[in-house]
Design a protein. Structure first.
Ligand SMILES: *[C@@H]1O[C@H](CO)[C@@H](O)[C@H](O)[C@H]1NC(C)=O
Ligand SMILES: *[C@@H]1O[C@H](CO)[C@@H](O)[C@H](O)[C@H]1NC(C)=O
Ligand SMILES: *[C@@H]1O[C@H](CO)[C@@H](O)[C@H](O)[C@H]1NC(C)=O
Ligand SMILES: *[C@@H]1O[C@H](CO)[C@@H](O)[C@H](O)[C@H]1NC(C)=O
Ligand SMILES: *[C@@H]1O[C@H](CO)[C@@H](O)[C@H](O)[C@H]1NC(C)=O
Ligand SMILES: *[C@@H]1O[C@H](CO)[C@@H](O)[C@H](O)[C@H]1NC(C)=O
Length: 377
């Protein structure tokens, strides 16, 4: 089909139908200025039906699609230009329908996730701390027919409340008479005095609070007698945590005797099931095979021999410092002798001098003319 107003070439259509068609297509695509289908857009559509070809200068008009509305001044038409092109046109003048504004819920906040109320966007809801959300936390702005509407009703924010915390056997909690607890309200558990010789231990959190899900922050603790057996370590001794009775969380530390090494943990704790955790260690005899004999090594692993810390015993002779020590003693003795001799010499000298003065009968006079006998001894 030739565009209107275009003359046919003098070809015999009967004898050369293929050639005729080819020529026609070639004509349209390279030699004609005709425009083909006008551009399509997301937000606007052509008014009327599109034609296969448009003459140069021919105009097409658009309108905004359903759900969009036009805001001037951008043009919504285009004209067929030379060289098979349409003059530029855009759909930016067509705006999406918008959902109605929704206010922040009481004790909460509505947040536009996509920055607009246009359909396709989302409205997210959050409640203030201490409140919880009832309903959908996200609403979607959707197009229904030609209007944009929210996908549901906005949610509500309700105050978080907790029912009273659990009552426990052999114990009690504070505020036991309160019926309703608010967010972050806390209670503290304590154990009753035990009827027997051993007290109840509180196992778990003693303080719990009303939290986010209207649930208590922790499970209620337990009150029961926890008593671990006396931890016997043969060839070793306790170095801390002495006592006769070992209740919940009692901690004991051990050390092995000379010639023994510790297999297990040097520190054990009495756990809620009345067992030691980790288990009570053992002190094993140090092997005397040549492989393991390395007295100088103080690194990890079994210590084969136990060397007493000699420096802690002052009277104990230090084997490799003996010679040096006696040398020191000699020096000290010499100094003492020198001092004694010197003092003796000085004393003798002084005595002689004083004896000399006494014979002369010398008197000295002070400022107040009081006579002082200098040499009276
Ligand atoms: C026609 O369009 C082609 C490519 O689309 C371009 O190369 C050519 O320069 C254009 N001619 C004119 C006259 O605009
Ligand atoms: C809107 O925002 C949400 C959350 O940021 C995102 O998941 C969604 O893809 C966005 N929708 C559109 C249409 O941009
Ligand atoms: C409750 O949840 C909010 C938000 O997730 C958080 O900020 C707050 O710390 C939570 N409160 C508690 C007690 O866990
Ligand atoms: C609240 O409940 C949800 C599921 O029920 C859980 O995943 C979340 O950890 C709970 N939060 C708190 C603070 O207990
Ligand atoms: C320590 O004891 C554990 C078991 O209690 C044992 O498997 C391990 O071989 C012992 N280690 C030594 C060095 O004896
Ligand atoms: C006791 O509790 C500890 C951990 O607390 C556990 O390793 C051990 O197996 C428990 N023992 C018994 C007898 O339940």
């Amino acid at each position: 089909m030739a565009p209107p107003g275009r003359r046919e070439r003098p070809f015999s259509s009967g004898r050369f139908p293929g050639l005729l068609l080819a020529t026609l297509v070639l004509q349209l695509s390279s030699f004609s200025d005709a425009c083909e289908a006008p551009p399509t857009f997301e937000a606007m559509e052509l008014i009327g039906k599109p034609k296969p070809y448009y003459k140069v200068g021919e105009r097409v008009d658009y309108k905004c699609k359903k759900g969009y509305f036009y805001v001037p001044p951008l043009a919504t038409h285009s004209i067929c230009d030379r060289n098979h092109t349409w003059l530029p046109v855009s759909d930016e003048g067509c705006y999406r329908e918008m959902c109605p504004h929704i206010r922040d819920p009481l004790n909460g906040e509505a947040i536009l996730a996509n920055g607009s109320y246009e359909f396709g966007s989302e409205l997210h809801f959050i409640c203030n701390e201490g409140y919880y959300l009832i309903g959908k936390d996200i609403l979607y702005c959707e197009l229904k027919d030609t209007v944009a509407v929210w996908s549901g009703k906005p949610p509500l924010c309700e105050k978080i409340l907790c029912t009273p915390p659990p009552k426990i056997k052999n114990g009690k909690h504070t505020f036991s008479e309160v019926e309703v607890f608010e967010y972050l309200d806390a209670v503290t558990y304590s154990c009753d005095p035990a009827p027997g010789p051993d007290p109840f231990s509180l196992i778990g959190e003693s303080m719990i609070y009303c939290g986010n899900n209207s649930t208590w922050s922790h499970a209620a603790p337990e009150c029961k007698v926890v008593k671990c057996r006396f931890p016997v370590v043969e060839n070793g001794k306790q170095i801390s945590g002495f006592g006769k009775k070992f209740y919940y969380k009692a901690t004991v530390m051990f050390e092995c005797d000379k010639g023994y090494y510790l297999n297990g943990s040097d520190k054990i704790v009495c756990e809620s099931n009345s067992t030691w955790d980790p288990p009570v260690p053992k002190c094993l005899k140090v092997s005397t095979s040549p492989n393991t004999k390395s007295p100088t090594s103080s690194a990890s692993g079994p210590r084969p021999t136990y060397k007493p810390p000699v420096s802690n015993y002052p009277g104990y002779p230090k084997p490799d410092e003996g010679i040096l020590d006696s040398l020191d003693d000699w020096v000290i003795a010499l100094i003492v002798i020198v001092i004694v001799v010197a003092v003796a010499v000085i004393c003798v000298a002084l005595y002689r001098f004083l004896q000399g003065r006494k014979k002369k009968g010398t008197y000295l006079t002070d400022e107040n003319h009081r006579e002082v006998k200098f040499t009276s001894l």
